[in-house]
Design a protein around this ligand. Structure first.
Ligand code: NAD
Ligand code: MN
Length: 364
């Protein structure tokens, strides 16, 4: 049986242009090793800062139409040293996330073999988190405005907008994900002590949805206390659900605790599968290292693993993850962010060779 998928690649800016081609190479190696069972067609979209300089926008107005028929999107990073961040972020990444209602942002964290994370007290395998980020509203709803710009009475607001439908669907998604994992454990992150409207509704809805999942154990944690718990009692956490802003911050902390921002993946998922979902490393454009071949491609490779899982290709996903873990276990294949001196290209080649070897081992 042969499966064929059509994949959109959007490298975007900075090191996105280095890690996304690397991710595509790994997928091509996987297809080659499958002996015809797996086939990918790629379409590459040159949107981002360069597109903005040429066309005055980060992506074409009808860009979503070009993506709509794809099975999945592999995204690099939006962020250019010469364009304000709110333009690059809202003009490309958020346009796709919101346009395709990818309301669940899923971010796994594990300490991969061979990687020296700050959480040394954690035995290998003890740290296995997945953070679910509400990805469609909340603090990033874009509700607000500025008045009296430039005058002494200038005022500005960013209103966190939470809807009952939006909170119910992310809670249900998180409880379902927790149920699918061995520990069946969910922590709901909140800040309802200080924010007494939307966050109180968030808590109420968590309690309401929990009744649909009597087999899932859950608790509630204030976001500030949660940062301390991630450092001091990491094994007490498993699945975590948080608002758009809270989860944005917690997941960078999670990535740093696991060793580097360069290895962490994420999926922007439309659980109803009305639209293509989008997978990306969580890091940004990394202006300080772009163009030097120093970018760690592991976050992109792990994102490819999530993409394959989303497509239902569990065996292919496992194969890529095994190749990634084989490579991280070897310190001579660590990039600079992990304390090594390997290049993007060397890490990519090693992962591709391991995938190719899988086939030879199977054939032998
Ligand atoms: P960043 O993730 O780009 O970089 C933070 C630090 O981590 C830098 O020192 C960088 O060198 C390092 N780093 C990140 N990824 C790495 C990798 N793969 N390998 C090795 N080192 C890596 O975050 P930033 O500096 O806050 O942001 C830079 C730009 O990226 C900004 O324009 C920002 O808006 C944008 N950004 C975009 C996204 C996105 O598109 N999803 C996410 C975060 C930041
Ligand atoms: Mn972030």
């Amino acid at each position: 049986m042969s499966s064929s998928y059509s994949i959109a690649t959007i490298p975007g800016d900075g090191i996105g242009k280095e890690v996304i081609p690397a991710g595509r190479e790994v997928m091509e190696a996987l297809a080659a090793a499958s002996g015809g069972a797996l086939h990918f067609t790629f379409e590459d979209f040159g949107w981002g800062g360069d597109w903005y300089r040429a066309h005055g926008e980060m992506m074409p107005a009808d860009g979503l139409e070009a993506l709509r028929g794809k099975d999945a999107i592999l995204f690099g990073s939006a962020g250019d040293p010469h364009i304000p961040d709110h333009i690059t972020l809202w003009g490309l990444r958020l346009k796709i996330c919101q346009g395709f209602d990818q309301y669940a942002n899923v971010r796994p964290t594990r300490i991969l073999p061979g990687i020296d994370g700050p959480l040394k007290r954690c035995a290998p395998g003890q740290l296995d988190w997945v953070i679910v980020r509400e990805n469609s509203e909340g603090e990033y709803a874009g509700v607000g405005g500025r008045v009296h710009q430039g005058h002494p009475i200038e005022a500005a607001t960013d209103v966190s907008m939470m809807t009952r439908a939006g909170v119910e669907r992310i809670m249900r998604f998180a409880f379902n994900l927790a149920r699918s994992r061995p520990r069946k454990l969910l922590t709901v992150v909140t800040k309802s002590n200080a924010q007494r409207h939307a966050m109180v509704m968030w808590d109420e809805i968590a309690l309401q949805i929990s009744k649909e999942f009597p087999d899932v154990a859950w608790d509630k944690e204030l976001v500030d206390a949660c940062t301390a718990r991630m450092v001091n009692r990491p094994a007490s956490l498993d699945t975590i659900v948080a608002t758009n802003l809270h989860a944005d911050i917690l997941s960078d902390l999670a990535a740093a605790l696991a060793g580097s921002l360069g290895i962490a993946p994420t999926g922007n998922i439309d659980p109803e599968r009305r639209y293509p979902s989008m997978f990306e490393p969580i890091h940004g454009s990394a202006f300080d290292i772009m163009g030097k071949g120093l970018a760690n491609p592991v976050g992109t490779f792990w994102s490819v693993v999530m993409l394959l899982e989303h497509l239902g290709e569990a065996e292919a996903a496992r194969q890529v993850m095994e190749a990634v873990e084989h490579v991280t276990a070897n310190p001579s294949l660590h990039t600079r962010d992990l304390g090594g001196s390997a290049t993007t290209e060397q890490v990519t080649r090693a992962v591709c060779e391991h995938i190719a070897g899988t086939r030879q081992r199977l054939a032998a």
